[in-house]
Design a protein around this ligand. Structure first.
Ligand SMILES: Cc1cc2nc3c(=O)[nH]c(=O)nc-3n(C[C@H](O)[C@H](O)[C@H](O)COP(=O)(O)OP(=O)(O)OC[C@H]3O[C@@H](n4cnc5c(N)ncnc54)[C@H](O)[C@@H]3O)c2cc1C
Length: 368
């Protein structure tokens, strides 16, 4: 069968399923994209689109839309309760042109990916995958929509259906890892007292509280405690809370990203703490790589390409999360005195930014 006639089903219209749809469409395929829910989300969810994702999404036109809609954060400020410890200057990002982190709420990222798809493909909302088996190596799929059942037998299934992936469970692939001990707090708030369009992290040992700018005086607050508002730094005046939530974070990864012609991408394949803002970006990379490998007729190498990348990120994020949420005197000393000393050097900033911006992952060969 000609590659562009492949019948491809993408499950889940989060940022990862949408990226798969956009990238496959750009390469001449006509995938079908289903989503059990509708949009928009109430929460802002992932906020940072890193330079690696922006490079990947440039050829299909999404990056241009994101830049128009988002804000360019150019500094990360690390504070003790009473003073600025150091500032990471995004001019040190080791990318030729993108010397910033683009902040755009996930709800908007998804909206612009849907607009990028345009008339080429549409999302089948309120359509849920309820069954998947591989029969003689070919997927047999059951969908439910408006109480009606549909069965189909696509050539390829892409499970971009999130952390609780039905596709992953149907394929019998284990999600190996564990949950951290602490619950974390999350809120979007209008506030005074912080420089806008910059990220701010306060070391209030034993707690850490981060502020990510969304727009104007609206910031996302993330803290390794559930009662975020009991621990606001004295310089911050909260004006209005838009929403708040608590969550337990886990770090898990699948052992394989594929079984026959069924594949996993994004949160369906790996989850980790929000430290570093890598989750959604890593998933965008998975989806774009998978589209490339499908076009190259080289899907057998998908796990080989993507598993080590997420494993490496999970290890780094796990180390950072444990340092951040540790209340030991040694880690407090490191955070207050050793890291600031090192972090004022440009080489250290470039190294930190290689990780934060996703430039520590293999460069996509199709962009070279
Ligand atoms: C409150 C909150 C805050 C977050 N904050 C951050 C952050 O600050 N930084 C960060 O990097 N990440 C953050 N995340 C995580 C980030 O949202 C995910 O990494 C990202 O959404 C992963 O994208 P995805 O497309 O893989 O999965 P998802 O966004 O989960 O999308 C999966 C989609 O699949 C659909 N689906 C599931 N099962 C089926 C089925 N059987 N049939 C059809 N459709 C199905 C779901 O409805 C969903 O729309 C946050 C998440 C939440 C919930």
């Amino acid at each position: 069968m000609a590659r562009d006639n492949l019948d491809i089903l993408i499950v889940g219209a989060g940022p990862v399923g949408l990226t798969a749809a956009v990238e496959l469409t750009r390469r001449g395929f006509s995938p079908r994209l289903i989503e059990k829910d509708t949009r928009p989300h109430k929460e802002s969810r992932a906020l940072a689109i890193n330079p690696r994702s922006m490079d990947i999404l440039e050829p299909n036109g999404a990056t241009k839309r994101f830049i128009k809609a988002g804000i360019k954060a150019r500094g990360m400020n690390f504070h003790a309760p009473d003073r600025l410890l150091f500032r990471l200057d995004m001019r040190n990002i080791p990318h030729p042109v993108r010397k910033y982190m683009l902040v755009l709420p996930q709800v908007e990222t998804e909206k612009h990916l849907i607009a990028t798809l345009g008339g080429n493909s549409k999302v089948d909302w309120k359509t849920e995958l309820t069954g998947l088996v591989l029969k003689g190596g070919k997927p047999a799929v059951t969908l439910k929509r408006n109480g009606k059942t549909e069965t189909l037998s696509p050539d390829i299934v892409i499970g971009a259906d999130g952390a609780h992936s039905t596709v992953r469970k149907a394929l019998g692939i284990n999600f190996i890892g564990e949950a951290y001990e602490h619950d974390w707090g999350l809120a979007d708030v209008h506030l005074d007292g912080l420089a806008p369009e910059e990220l701010h992290i306060f070391d209030l040992s034993p707690l850490l509280i981060g502020f990510i700018p969304i727009r104007g005086d609206l910031f996302r607050v993330v803290a390794d405690t559930t009662n975020v508002f009991d621990h606001m730094p004295s310089c911050v005046k909260v004006k209005k809370v838009i929403w708040e939530s608590q969550f337990r974070i886990s770090h898990r990864q699948v052992e394989t990203y594929q079984k026959g012609p069924a594949f996993l991408a994004g949160d369906a394949a790996h989850i980790h703490s929000p430290v570093g803002g890598r989750g959604m970006n890593l998933g965008i990379e998975d989806a774009a790589w998978l589209a490339y490998l499908i076009a190259q007729d080289d899907t057998e190498s998908y796990t080989q390409h993507r598993h080590p990348v997420a494993k490496n990120v999970l290890e780094k994020v796990d180390r950072a999360t444990r340092i951040i949420s540790s209340d030991g005197s040694v880690t407090t000393f490191l955070r207050r005195f050793v890291f600031p000393y090192i972090a004022r050097r440009n080489f250290a900033q470039r190294n930190a930014f290689r990780n934060i911006t996703g430039l520590d992952t293999p460069a996509p060969p199709w962009l070279e």
